[in-house]
Write a protein that binds this ligand. Structure first.
Ligand SMILES: Cc1cc2nc3c(=O)[nH]c(=O)nc-3n(C[C@H](O)[C@H](O)[C@H](O)COP(=O)(O)O)c2cc1C
Length: 185
């Protein structure tokens, strides 16, 4: 699929298939992330790839984190949290690896990590795969971040769930809210 077609047609899939995509495709997706706009070329990112058995350990971390945040949580909720890790064959944890820089504020580094995440979603779609972006309480939980081995000042901008599309997502209207407007002064 060419770039414009991919940009103009990407939507989040509803469900992904369990089988692993070609690892070369995942490499290309990550390479697309590395092309994100990046003030000062700081590369203020960390992309942690979770696949295979590591997903189970990731699921355990999700469940442990939920239990710590909410000790009263039900077993069913814990299991649901754990199973999030199995929604896709590959998960990319996208982090803004914040650097001290007098000219490049944190917000720009976070936005750049977001741009990297979006690049990866579009790249997945362009390759005929699919991806969806999730955050949730785990993404903002300092203990969870620590358990991943990430430095305290890094910021998780999202978990990208990538794989072959099992159920396609809903199409969308181009601009129903009139986001695009001409400014004429
Ligand atoms: C930073 C960010 C975090 C998100 N977190 C969640 C989430 O935790 N749960 C969720 O259902 N959707 C989340 N979404 C929205 C979905 O990824 C998706 O964009 C939305 O369902 C709309 O689908 P679309 O990508 O086809 O427009 C998030 C999106 C962004 C940009």
């Amino acid at each position: 699929m060419d770039a414009m077609q991919a940009l103009l047609s990407r939507v989040s899939p509803t469900r992904l298939a369990p089988d692993e995509p070609d690892p070369l495709m995942i490499e290309q997706i990550l390479a697309a992330g590395l092309r994100a706009a990046d003030h000062g070329r700081l590369r203020p990112w960390k992309f942690l790839v979770v696949r295979g058995e590591a997903r189970r350990r990731f699921g355990e971390l999700l469940a442990d984190g939920l239990k710590l945040r909410n000790p009263e949580v039900s077993t069913a909720m814990l299991e649901a949290e754990r199973s999030k890790a199995l929604r896709a064959p590959v998960i990319v944890i996208v982090m803004a690896a914040i650097q001290d820089n007098p000219n490049i504020p944190e917000i720009e580094q976070v936005v750049s990590a977001g741009a990297a995440a979006q690049n990866m979603l579009v790249a997945s779609h362009a390759l005929g795969l699919g991806g969806f972006w999730r955050t949730g309480a785990a993404a903002y939980d300092p203990q969870f971040k620590k358990a991943l081995g990430a430095p305290e000042k890094d910021i998780i901008v999202g978990f990208l769930y990538l794989g072959k599309v099992a159920t396609a997502g809903q199409e969308k209207e181009p601009d129903p809210k009139g986001v695009v407007a001409e400014w004429i002064g």
